[in-house]
Design a protein around this ligand. Structure first.
Ligand code: HEC
Length: 91
C-alpha cells in the first residue's frame, strides 16, 4: 500500500513538471518577477483599472521596448508572459 502511494506521488509530480513546460505562462513565476522588477514603482491598483488586453499588450510592449517606459525593463518573452498572467490573475 505504501509503495502504491509513492508511485502515485511520482506520477503526479511528473505530470506537473510536464504541464509547466508545455504552457509557458506561469502566474506564480510572474509574481516573483513582478515583485523583484516592477513592484518598486507600480501599485497593484494600477492594473486593476486596465483591461486584460491592455495588461497583456502593455507588459509585452514594455518588455520588448515597443512601449515607451521611463525605465527600460528587459524581460524575456517567457518572463513577460508570466508577469502578464500574474497581473491578469489578480483582477
Ligand atoms: C523605476 C520605476 C519603474 C519600474 C521598476 C517599472 N515601471 Fe512600469 N512604469 C513606470 C512609470 C513611471 C510609468 C508611467 C509613465 C511611463 O510610461 O513611463 C510606467 C508605465 C508602465 C506601463 C504602461 C505603459 C503604457 O503607457 O501603456 C506598463 C505596462 C508598465 N509600466 C509595466 C512595467 C513592468 C511589467 C515592469 C516590471 C518588469 C515595470 N513596469 C517596472 C515606472 C516603472
Amino acid at each position: 500500500m505504501l509503495r502504491m502511494s509513492i508511485l502515485a506521488g511520482l506520477c503526479c509530480a511528473a505530470v506537473t513538471v510536464a504541464t509547466g513546460a508545455a504552457f509557458a505562462a506561469d502566474p506564480a513565476e510572474g509574481k516573483a518577477t513582478y515583485e523583484q522588477r516592477c513592484a518598486s514603482c507600480h501599485e497593484m491598483a494600477d492594473w486593476k483599472a486596465k483591461s486584460v488586453q491592455d495588461i497583456t499588450d502593455g507588459v509585452l510592449g514594455v518588455a520588448t521596448g515597443k512601449t515607451t517606459h521611463k525605465k527600460p525593463v528587459k524581460l524575456t518573452d517567457a518572463q513577460a508572459a508570466d508577469v502578464a498572467a500574474y497581473l491578469v490573475s489578480t483582477k
